[in-house]
Design a protein around this ligand. Structure first.
Ligand code: C2E
Ligand code: MG
Ligand code: MG
Ligand code: MG
Length: 282
């Protein structure tokens, strides 16, 4: 019991624990600065239709331009932003930045390609996401189908009523909702059916199995069949090789995203990337 453990408990907090706590507090403090001083930038990665080779969407992926250490990738700070609730502020900045960028592109070559935004469960739970997105779209003179929303499968779990209400209101507005990292969470089939998601993005851990194990293909093909019969599109994440792309085409996967097509790039490089024909497996 706690009483028995008593005064000795502090011993379990090793110097490592304090180091990591200090590191987290440090990141939290610097994240607050990042929000205040506008240090986030968005990179964009294309998603491609396997039939046509057209770019169907660009995923917006956040980076932190930390004046102390340079460009920081999200795995170093998104968890801490979630745990501290700062993700709500970060998420608002993402929405503004993306909409401003789409407006800028709408006057140039990257015209008309929707951008897919990663949204945290916290942003859904807070409510008002639809209102926030809709205001940002209006501010920049954009149609609702110019943005899509990605939610991880695990974040669909929580307060399912509040979350599904928010999904439905986004979709009513004309914003597509995709399940991210599909296969790593625990959504039930009935939940997928009830929420009428627009698409599933299969986690890259499954893509990396393709061509290595038979299980990988079996999983993908079962998901494709199920998704299509529920009217959802299937996107494979993390496609790195032509072999993976070839297998995915055979399995009737609708779209692919990954280093094989393009790495995430700064906004300025997007027009050039989408101007070139995208290489796809024959
Ligand atoms: P995600 O939404 O699943 O995004 C895909 C991640 O896979 C990105 O990592 C991307 O750079 C990486 N990736 C793409 N293609 C390949 C590939 O072929 N091979 C490999 N190994 N990786 C590939 P990134 O940009 O580091 O983002 C990591 C995660 O951080 C994202 O996973 C997403 O969950 C989160 N995230 C990124 N931007 C935002 C944001 O604006 N808001 C929120 N809430 N989360 C974000
Ligand atoms: Mg995503
Ligand atoms: Mg993903
Ligand atoms: Mg991920």
């Amino acid at each position: 019991s706690a009483k028995q453990a008593g005064k000795g408990q502090w011993r379990f907090f090793s110097p490592d624990f304090y180091d990591s706590l200090r590191a987290r507090l440090n990141i939290e403090r610097r994240l607050r600065d990042a929000i205040e001083f506008d240090q986030f930038v968005m990179y964009y990665q294309p998603r491609v239709d396997m039939q046509t080779g057209q770019v169907t969407s660009l995923e917006a992926l956040i980076r932190w331009e930390d004046p102390e250490t340079g460009l920081v990738e999200p795995h170093k700070f998104i968890d801490i932003a979630e745990q501290t609730g700062l993700i709500v502020n970060v998420g608002s900045q993402v929405i503004s930045k993306v909409c401003a960028q789409i407006e800028q592109w709408s006057r140039q070559q990257a015209k008309g390609i929707p951008v897919s935004i990663n949204v945290s469960a916290k942003q859904f739970q807070k409510g008002g996401l639809q209102a926030e997105l809709s205001a940002a779209l209006q501010r920049h003179g954009l149609a609702p189908d110019m943005v899509e929303v990605e939610v991880t499968e695990s974040s669909m779990m929580g307060d399912s009523d509040a979350i599904s209400e928010e999904f439905i209101s986004l979709q009513k507005l004309g914003i597509k909702v995709l399940v991210d990292d599909f296969g790593t969470g625990y959504s039930s089939l009935s939940q997928l059916q009830r929420l009428e998601m627009d698409g599933l993005k299969i986690d890259r851990s499954f893509t990396s199995e393709l061509g290595k194990t038979r299980q990988g293909e079996i999983f993908f093909s079962a998901i494709v069949t199920m998704a299509h019969s529920l009217g959802m599109r299937v996107v494979a994440e993390g496609v790195e090789t032509p072999e993976q792309a070839r297998i995915l085409k055979r399995l009737e996967c609708d779209e692919i995203q990954g280093f094989y097509v393009s790495r995430p790039v700064p906004a300025n490089d997007v027009p050039e990337i989408i101007a070139k024909p995208i290489k796809l497996a024959a």
